[in-house]
Ligand binder design. Sequence first.
Ligand SMILES: Cc1cc2nc3c(=O)[nH]c(=O)nc-3n(C[C@H](O)[C@H](O)[C@H](O)COP(=O)(O)OP(=O)(O)OC[C@H]3O[C@@H](n4cnc5c(N)ncnc54)[C@H](O)[C@@H]3O)c2cc1C
Length: 499
Amino acid sequence: MSKILIIGGGVSGLSAGIYARMDGHEVIICERGAMAGGNLTGWQRGEYHIDNCIHWLTGTNPATDTYKMWETLGALGGVEIMQGKSLYTYDEGGKRLSLYCDLDRTEREMIAVSPRDEKEIREFISAVRTVQGLSGIAGEKHNEGLTLLQKIKSLPQLYKYYNLSTGELAAGFRHPLLRKFIVSFLGNDFGSLALVFIFAHYCGNNGGIPRGSSRGMAQRMEKRFISLGGRLVLNKEAVKVNVKNGKAYSVSFGDGDEIGADYVIITTDPALVFGRLLDADMPGYLTSDYSDKRKMRFSGIHCAFALDLSNVPFEGDIIFEIPPKYKLRLGSENLVLREFSHEPSFAPSGKNILQTVIFCNEENALRFIALRRDRAAYNKEKAELSRIIADIIVNKFPEMKDKLKCIDVWTPATYKRFINSEMGSFMSFALPSRCLPMRKSNKIRGLENVILATQWQQIPGGLPIAAEGGRLAVKTVAELEKKHVHKKQEKHKNAPSHA
Ligand SMILES: Cc1cc2nc3c(=O)[nH]c(=O)nc-3n(C[C@H](O)[C@H](O)[C@H](O)COP(=O)(O)OP(=O)(O)OC[C@H]3O[C@@H](n4cnc5c(N)ncnc54)[C@H](O)[C@@H]3O)c2cc1C
């Protein structure tokens, strides 16, 4: 049994902690924030609950290995999984297209909108079905995988989408509503294969939301870790991993404390680890991502509104264009508006909560982070944002006039402060075209007992990637332990006998 110290109590850290306890190690998770969960979070504002993560959770279909991982982590905890009718709807002037859970319906409605695009639509939906087969979530009951031969044969069909960005894929459709539907979810610069995978998982009943949403899931994982005998210390910020002779022996904290460990698992943004928390250069397999202009990082500007209406005129996430007068100001084309009728306890009876996301590029994110140094200017900006965003919503849904009350605004500066990612990004990098989301190593050359378990090791990040990173870090510990035992045995065997 070894002593493992985990830096960061987000999903990666909790996952590493749970797997490490299951292997019998002594485990301590040190989290700089006041609660565990990291980006998997939600908070109260008066009678309203703000949920700030799960739009879809890959791995809610019991046929998948990811589901089994979530079960092991206690993340689902037997609660109801809400699949919802649609993942998102794009609306232009009242004309709408949705990504329904029912893929046949999505296909039918896309063709009904634009019969001229039928060939392209059928080809796209066929690629989605192929990916469902690859993931083992195909068939009527979503429990049929492709054979190895079928898998090999499917590769040329997917190659087209591997090569195209979402913007290029959209340009292949003739109808403007279809084009906007395709780019509205991930923007123009993602690889279109990512969109094919999202359609595949969501329509394979593999992208639901567990009851209790983000905070509920984080609390269940935390409970599982503690029930296994793990130790979680909050408000404890790691400031230095102490290394001697190529081996980490302890971690120092902002409160002056120092804790010894046999292994250190780091779960935070590598951009703030190398040369800061750890006196080591960032491994080349990661620098290549940070320096690649196509692999952008992104963050978001969000508002939450209490809505004094009993019914909302849409379901789930609706995306629509920001009026031209505000586009430059907000630095984005589209606004995502989300309602929470699936979680009635998030708002008082007869009322609703609405949340918005406006995606933010690196430049804009850094601008917010710099602005927050002048608190008055930052607060003024937030007040102005809430006014503009309310105006955009009312312009779209006039019935909401005088019924919206802003209850919170958060920006990339908020993420920077709470999660400590370099530019407030909450996923890793956007997955560009001609790039496969391969998982990178979790090792640091010359520093065997420091292991990475971050979402940055597999683009584009997200909850399952974070959790899997934690699991793999503990697997690496097991391999190292085995290697050491083997080395000891060899040494013992080769030692001169005194008999
Ligand atoms: C608005 C939003 C929507 C999202 N939607 C989805 C979705 O629908 N599906 C999906 O799969 N994913 C989604 N994500 C992404 C998902 O939340 C993240 O991929 C995931 O939570 C990352 O987990 P992590 O543990 O790797 O990192 P983090 O959540 O960043 O956790 C890292 C933790 O380390 C702590 N920390 C940092 N520095 C230190 C230090 N020096 N000492 C101690 N602790 C430290 C931080 O406080 C944090 O708690 C969304 C995220 C957001 C914000």
